[in-house]
Design a protein around this ligand. Structure first.
Ligand code: ATP
Ligand code: MG
Length: 661
């Protein structure tokens, strides 16, 4: 299939696209592209002239094919025992009601709609309702500050904002409506006034009486939406009409408004989901991502629903009420495919790693194992193993390189050494998986995303932009377009060309570094800006971090380069230790030695900076650009920190840096 997808992309993709519903088939050309800035404006089109609707393909098509009574969404609330579900037919009805309401208040094809909702079923419902009427949704993760939300509202000028009054996340309550109020005031100050703010009353978190209200603008969802008919005609759109706008997570700077269109994105998410997870109709699928990120768009909502899958949507936090929650959910719904991020794997590993704790006990006690009943270890071990997890069949990872030690824990402990791991490399920009294993199709290597998906031609280029063959490492680019590629950055086509197509003319530049081993496997080494040059050796931050995390007492590590008089750049490592392990000089040496032994003396960190926590984006990625500034003490140049999950972490790290650990 891969060979055909490269040799005959038009035939390959039109065969797959024909399995979906098109009101009218695309024109003569399946795709047309200019990916080379030297030949003029960059443009990518797939299935142009084809008339379709992604909501129709997710819902109506499945109901008509006879799976109307199959569960589309299982919803698991923050609190244990609070849950719900919707069949495909019920989901379609709910989507139609909201679509009718939006049409009634004047939302038309091409209008933007901002969705600021937590992981309630109303979030995928809202996305699908927009798609049904041809409106362009822009989901903003409901954890972003009022400023970040306002910034996005000002950028895309929505007709309406959909939100809820409050949400419980773990034991914390978050007053979302207050944040929206503030953002709307700020937007008005910037000349954007919003006529309607539709507010879902999330009774489990907050009653409507306690909610601050803006008469004339705010409308309770429950008061209006259920009154609308449960059928709604479809707005048929061109394959190249915009579907949504989504801002990247902002790890490398100001977030970019990535624009995806309808037809190609639909075919891409459906096909990647089906093959990379080896999807079968009997599967119960759970992806822990929030719909505020691309993963939640492509692999909570569109990809699985296009395949008629049953999807678990989880509102809560993975460590609430304790760190066993994920496996509790897996057993409750008999989840067969589980997809998450390395950051979650590492944090759960930190809480309770059977193998690691056992080795500690045996080391202390030699042969005879005596564990007092109140010994903390015996409790933490059970976070995973107290659940059966027998239903699991395939595991997935996305977001960052997964270091081999976390991979092994995920594989051996979570998956009981029987579930293949799909380490999916992709980006907001790519719409869906680009380099990923196909479960069972080829041997895995822990930490490698393996091989390209159908239709993807990854190339590794050197600094001059020349393709390098065979075993090598360099800049990861992609040759030729694929259906799920983003078509522009909203309102800034120039930035689109400059960021992605000018660095290496003729290719799409991913911004990531990559090496290819002798067997052709791809190893993502992190963002190219993160590559450190120590005395002429180019070292990927991912490699050093991986060596540090393989140390039994290191939970997480983030490595950056700092100026060094002799070596050009030196390695500066921020290290978070396993729960309860104290920092010591001896441990520092042993961490440095772990890197020496695994990579070589040239990669040994010059500094180890103890970090109780690391600054992360709200999608859980480490923000190295901020760490670089802390490491080089350029504290007045920290830049945009609005997308950080916990800004206080930065001050903590600065203070610890001052105390020269
Ligand atoms: P921004 O572009 O705003 O800096 P971001 O790149 O973090 O933010 P996303 O599009 O969410 O935003 O993330 C894509 C990036 O995540 C990839 O470019 C890559 O660096 C990293 N990534 C995702 N999946 C993997 C994976 N399986 N292995 C290695 N890296 C991955
Ligand atoms: Mg990016």
């Amino acid at each position: 299939m891969y060979r055909r997808s490269i040799e005959d992309p038009a035939g390959f993709w039109s065969d797959i696209a024909s399995e979906f519903y098109w009101k009218q088939k695309w024109g003569q050309e399946v795709y047309s592209e200019n990916m080379d800035v030297r030949n003029g404006t960059i443009s990518i089109e797939w299935f142009k002239g084809g008339i379709t609707n992604i909501c129709y393909n997710c819902l109506d098509r499945n109901v008509e094919s006879g799976i109307g009574d199959k569960i589309a969404l299982y919803w698991e609330g923050n609190e244990l025992g609070v849950d719900g579900s919707l069949t495909y037919r019920q989901l379609l009805e709910r989507v139609c009601q909201l679509a009718n309401y939006m049409k009634d208040i004047g939302v038309r094809k091409g209008d933007a709609v901002v969705i600021y909702l937590p992981m309630l079923m109303e979030l995928p419902i809202a996305m699908l309702a927009c798609a049904r009427i041809g409106a362009v949704h822009s989901v903003v993760f409901a954890g972003f500050s009022a400023e970040s939300l306002a910034q996005r509202i000002v950028d895309c000028k929505p007709k309406v904002v959909l939100t809820c009054n409050a949400v419980m996340r773990g034991s914390k309550i978050i007053y979302l409506k207050d944040i929206v109020d503030k953002a709307l005031t700020e937007s008005t100050g910037n000349g954007i006034s919003i006529d309607t703010c539709l507010v879902f009353e999330n009774q489990l978190a907050m009653k409507r009486e306690a909610t601050k209200w803006h008469e004339g603008r705010d409308v309770w969802w429950q008061d209006v939406v259920p009154k609308y008919p449960t059928t709604c005609s479809v707005e048929w759109v061109d394959a190249e009409d915009p579907l949504f706008l989504l801002y990247t997570s902002g790890s490398t700077g100001k977030p970019k408004g990535v624009l995806h269109t309808t037809g190609g994105y639909m075919i891409w998410t459906a096909t990647t989901f089906k093959y990379a997870f080896d999807y079968k109709p009997s599967d119960i699928y759970w992806c822990t991502a929030d719909c505020g990120w691309i993963t939640g768009h492509s692999y909570v909502s569109y990809g699985p629903l296009l395949n008629g899958a049953t999807v678990v949507v989880f509102e809560g936090a993975p460590n609430y009420p304790d760190s066993g929650r994920c496996w509790d959910i897996v057993d409750k719904y008999n989840v067969t495919i589980f997809y998450t991020a390395p950051t979650l794997v590492r944090s759960l590993m930190r809480e309770g790693d059977e193998a690691r704790n056992f080795s500690n006990i045996t080391r202390i006690c030699h042969v005879k194992i005596y564990v007092p009943s109140d010994f903390n270890c015996s409790l933490t071990m059970q976070y995973v193993t107290r659940y059966s997890r027998k239903s699991l069949r395939v595991l997935g990872s996305v977001g960052e390189p997964i270091n081999p030690s976390a991979w092994r824990w995920y594989y051996n402990v979570v998956g009981d050494s029987r579930c293949p791991i799909s380490d999916t490399w992709w980006q907001t920009e790519t719409g869906g998986f680009m380099i990923t294993p196909l479960p069972g199709a080829w041997p895995q290597k822990p930490g490698s995303a393996t091989f390209p998906f159908f239709g993807v031609q990854p190339v590794i280029v050197d600094e001059k932009g020349t393709e390098i063959e065979g075993e090598c490492s360099g800049y990861l680019c992609v040759k030729g377009s694929w259906p799920g590629a983003f078509r522009t950055l909203y309102g800034d086509h120039e930035r689109y060309e400059t960021t992605y197509f000018k660095p290496f003319p003729g290719y799409y530049f991913t911004g990531d570094g990559c090496s290819r081993d002798k067997d052709g496997y791809h190893w993502l080494t992190g963002r190219v800006d993160d590559v450190i040059n120590v005395s002429g050796h180019r070292i990927g931050t991912a490699e050093v971090e991986s060596a540090l995390v393989s140390h039994p007492q290191c939970a997480e590590a983030a490595v950056v380069g700092v100026e060094h008089e002799i070596k050009g750049q030196g390695i500066y490592a921020f290290v978070t230790l396993v729960e309860g392990v104290p920092y010591s000089e001896e441990l520092r040496k042993s961490l440095v030695n772990a890197v020496r032994n695994q990579i070589g003396a040239f990669a040994a960190p010059d500094t180890i900076h103890w970090a109780p926590a690391l600054p992360k984006t709200r999608s859980g990625k480490i923000m190295r650009r901020i760490l670089r500034k802390i490491a080089s003490r350029q504290l007045d140049e920290l830049g945009d920190t609005s997308t950080l999950a916990e800004p206080a972490v930065v001050d903590q790290l600065i203070a610890l840096g001052n105390s020269k650990i």
